[in-house]
Write a protein that binds this ligand. Sequence first.
Ligand SMILES: O=C(O)/C=C/c1cccc(O)c1O
Ligand SMILES: [Fe+2]
Length: 313
Amino acid sequence: MSAVAVGLSHSPLIGKNDPAPDVIAAVDTAVDEARAFIRSFDPELVVLYAPDHYNGFFYKEMPPFCLATEANAVGDFGSAAGPLSVDTEAARAIALGVLDRGIDLTISARMTVDHGFVQPLEILFGGIDQVPVVPVFVNGVATPLGPVSRIRALGTAIGEAAAALDRRVLFLGSGGLSHDPPVPVLEGAPPRVADALIEGHPPTPEQRARGEQRVVQAGRDYAAGSTAMIPINPTWDNLVLDTLASGRPEDVDDWSVEWMGAEGGGSAHEVRTWIAAFASLAATGKYQMTSRFYRAIPEWIAGFAVATAVGER
Ligand SMILES: O=C(O)/C=C/c1cccc(O)c1O
Ligand SMILES: [Fe+2]
């Protein structure tokens, strides 16, 4: 088996509320590098770790993580809708391997996913049906959140289980880094919002459009400096990247949930997807980070990063 890892921030505001052209050009160059890295590796399987934003997972049942044997995208923020090309056989084999390693994995036979899964597939592969994928939801938004050490353990178990498949595997993490978008919070929510977060009634097209416009406007306000949202934290973001670059993802095990939120904002826990991806790669042997790009981009409400890593052979 050979393995690589890629981390890529996502934002539904890309293309809707863009920063200055030189920032876009720098992001494009970094993403082009990641695409070329992936093309030359030519993965036979992508294990995709991503969060959800109350489109697929609700408080009626909110697992800390969940592996899909089939998945459908809702098409939020103009992202693609429809089935992902899930490799069901590989997904089942990895799930069994993870359970055998003592991790209490939740399985979904029909996971609903949103831009968190779709955007990296569109950006890096040109669509949601271009490459065999095993989708793994990692909760990065819905409190209470468990210890990050468990996400590292999940990533390790998935890496070990994927190694047994004897294929070229890309571990891909989607999200982060520091950011504090206006994602609703159950605690203290008015009854109508709380009910939606618990039950997950599908929004009407008008309701979805209104919600998405609210996020776009939040990005505009954030970039203009007129907002109560927690600022992007480049120092913390670079600490996250330094830790993953060190080759010792286990160093995250003593990071507390509270500290991560205070440093990186309400959605900073999306970095759990990166931690899982790099822990998976580490489980296959020593690795090296081969490229790393970072920029604070308030227009996208994102400490935006792209990084690639290869296992040492
Ligand atoms: O409102 C949502 O569904 C998500 C918004 C968002 C904004 C910026 C960065 C992200 O990672 C997001 O998910
Ligand atoms: Fe997100």
